[in-house]
Ligand binder design. Structure first.
Ligand code: AP5
Ligand code: MG
Ligand code: ZN
Length: 208
């Protein structure tokens, strides 16, 4: 059976990263995520400035920078979960020239839930594992269960920046969701409920 090529779409906080981590483990896929790649290179000098300047304001990093990340990652991957890309119609068109997709899934979560999830998110400074102060607590507050590292808040997870990211999402990324919907490839899945329940829904889509 061919490897799965999965695109996970959804607003900030929908659980793309949470579910991508599960999918990659379950189906032995690569996790291609522009957000993590950019965070690891926040200070990198490009002709547009550094990625961090855009990210900390909640704005999109210029297309050439993210397209390059995706091309390199796709070259190394057979099956993959793509998370955080494409985020505008130009990126979607670029992607369509680079690869076919087997599943395009939209994680649907209402906006008030998104703000709660994002402002309460904590991530491990060492291994990147994700927690939530209320919904997914570590055994010891502030300490990573996986590696003992320190849990920190992402710089763009403050309430004001979260609101701006949601605005940027509505303006740039909702048209991408609409594009796949019109194309007839979009499968919509509720992203509400416990992560395990959401994962079961995704499994049904992928194996269905
Ligand atoms: P990126 O890192 O991609 O952020 P995002 O799209 O805003 O999405 P998040 O990572 O915030 O949310 P998620 O859906 O992964 O949620 P998670 O699983 O962590 O991008 C960051 C920035 O990089 C952008 O703003 C931009 O500047 C730049 N960038 C990235 N890609 C780009 C591109 N292609 N073009 C241009 N610029 C780009 O879950 C969130 C929280 O909820 C966690 O605390 C988790 O524990 C909790 N949670 C998850 N699932 C559940 C559940 N079912 N129930 C309860 N809590 C849950
Ligand atoms: Mg994420
Ligand atoms: Zn850790």
């Amino acid at each position: 059976m061919a490897d799965h090529r999965i695109l996970l779409l959804g607003p900030p906080g929908a659980g793309k990263g949470t579910q991508a981590t599960r999918l990659t483990a379950e189906y032995d896929l690569d996790h291609i995520t522009t957000g993590d790649a950019l965070r690891q290179n926040k200070e990198m000098e490009t002709e547009y400035g550094t990625p961090g300047e855009y990210m900390d304001a909640g704005e999109l990093v210029p297309d050439p920078v993210v397209n390059e990340i995706v091309v390199a990652a796709l070259e190394d991957a057979d099956g993959f979960v793509l998370d955080g890309y494409p985020r505008n119609l130009d990126q979607a068109e670029f992607l369509s020239e680079e690869t076919d997709l087997d599943h395009v899934v939209f994680l649907d979560v209402p906006e008030d839930v998104l703000v709660e999830r994002l402002t309460g998110r904590r991530v491990c400074d060492d291994c990147g594992a994700t927690y939530h102060v209320e919904f997914d607590r570590p055994e010891e507050a502030g300490v990573c269960d996986e590696c003992g590292g320190e849990l920190v808040q992402r710089e763009d997870d403050t309430e004001d920046t979260v609101r701006e990211r949601l605005r940027v999402y509505r303006e740039n990324t909702e048209p991408v969701v609409e594009h796949y919907r019109e194309e007839g490839t979009l499968v919509e899945v509720s992203g509400e409920g416990a992560p395990d329940d959401v994962f079961e829904r995704l499994r049904d889509v992928i194996e269905g």
